[in-house]
Design a binder for this molecule. Structure first.
Ligand code: FE2
Length: 302
């Protein structure tokens, strides 16, 4: 399967209006629900570029991450992707015409990884190219060929999932970590693999640990580091919990901080992430630290 980029994410929320407020006032995205949501529907759509949306918030009984939507470059690659799913015996469902209309794509299909993380693949996003005009003045998010950002998913069945993302979904390994939550050497190490499908250092990471919220975090990238600082100010002003302090990651060089989202998982808000133009010249590595500096996650445990 040849994935072009992360197209969108879906989240579940007991009160989608909380995402409308958080998404616009803290993340600085546009609420495009008025244009996209039908009568009697309280789905919230958040827009961060010229696409009609990049986040879909569905009303649900729980607060959690719901699915990742991966863009495939065109109908031929989409047909190849379905053949790959068939070849590997992955159960998938073709999206109905109604669902494709709702997602504003030509065609889509959905399936799960061996741990039950939900994915959609699609081609041919529909856009009216309405200009992005952030309610808090962000000039742009880094999207385009790099996609909406990255997602980090819980994969306790790590070996099966690692093979699934490599062999079925076609992600390449960017780098890896092995982490412990305590200094106790008897605690088993949990693997964290970062994977790419375009020039963004990673669009996906998988973590050998269960997470009730359905995702570890989702990252969005603004166009300059001042926007990261301004987002921290907005987080404080709106009483949102900081879950990881400001820092620069050792792998994707992102300057970022982490905060709580209304659906239980964290949002990483960053800038200055590096890109890899030629993966054939890149050599994966194992890092023993998260970051060159900062990113203290103990603040989230307090
Ligand atoms: Fe991240």
């Amino acid at each position: 399967m040849k994935i072009h980029s992360l197209g969108y994410i879906g989240v579940n929320c007991t009160d989608p209006a909380r995402w409308a407020s958080y998404g616009t006032q803290v993340l600085g995205m546009m609420d495009s629900s008025a244009k996209l949501t039908g009568a009697g529907d309280d789905t919230v759509y958040l827009k961060m570029d010229d696409r009609p949306y990049r986040i879909i918030v569905n009303k649900a009984a729980t607060d959690s991450f719901a699915f990742s939507g991966w863009e495939i470059a065109g109908p031929d690659a989409f047909a190849d992707a379905l053949k790959t799913l068939e070849k590997h015996g992955v159960n998938f469902e073709r999206g109905s015409a109604d669902l494709a209309a709702l997602r504003r794509v030509q065609e889509l299909a959905s399936f799960s990884d061996p741990d039950g993380n939900r994915h959609e693949i699609f081609w041919g996003a529909v856009s009216d190219f309405q200009q992005f005009a952030s309610p808090v003045g962000i000039k742009k998010f880094i999207t385009g060929d790099q996609g909406a950002g990255h997602v980090v998913l819980p994969t306790p069945a790590f070996d099966k999932c690692k093979d699934f993302y490599k062999n079925v979904m076609g992600f390449g390994l960017s780098d890896l970590m092995k982490v412990r939550f305590t200094p106790d050497p008897a605690e088993p190490e949990k693997r964290l693999y970062f994977m790419h499908c375009n020039e963004r250092h990673h669009s996906l990471a998988i973590f050998e640990c269960p997470m009730p919220a359905g995702a570890v975090h989702v990252m969005f990238e603004a166009d300059c580091v001042d926007e990261v600082g301004r987002a921290m100010d907005r987080m404080n002003a709106h009483g949102i919990k900081l879950t990881g302090t400001l820092g620069r990651h050792a792998n994707d060089h992102m300057v970022s901080f982490y905060m709580q989202s209304p659906s239980g998982f964290m949002i990483e808000f960053g800038a200055e992430g590096r890109t890899i133009e030629d993966w054939s010249r890149y050599s994966p590595f194992q890092s023993t630290v998260n970051s060159f500096w900062g990113h203290d996650f103990s603040v989230g445990m307090k």
